[in-house]
Design a protein around this ligand. Structure first.
Ligand code: ZN
Length: 84
């Protein structure tokens, strides 16, 4: 079984394995073509450890950049205060 979110109806659907039409093995992930029980069309879902890792790295890099920008801003504010 597989839990998917239909991009058409935006509902979560529990899908039986027999509805998986094809599985394509890519270097970073698997692409599953799934026949959607909600809308009847075929959606492609990507899954896999490396794919998840790559996504997490991107998310973490974004968070770090935001954090260091905030730190720099508060350091700058502290400098301004010490000068005043
Ligand atoms: Zn659908």
């Amino acid at each position: 079984m597989l839990l998917i979110t239909c991009p058409v109806t935006r509902t979560d659907e529990l899908v039986a394995d027999r509805r998986i039409r094809s599985v394509a093995n890519h270097p970073t992930h698997l692409a599953l073509s799934v026949e959607c029980p909600a809308c009847g069309s075929v959606h492609v879902y990507r899954t896999g450890r490396r794919w998840e890792e790559a996504r997490r790295r991107v998310a973490e890099a974004g968070t770090r950049a935001a954090t260091s920008a905030a730190t720099a801003a508060s350091a700058h504010a502290a400098q301004e205060l010490s000068r005043a």
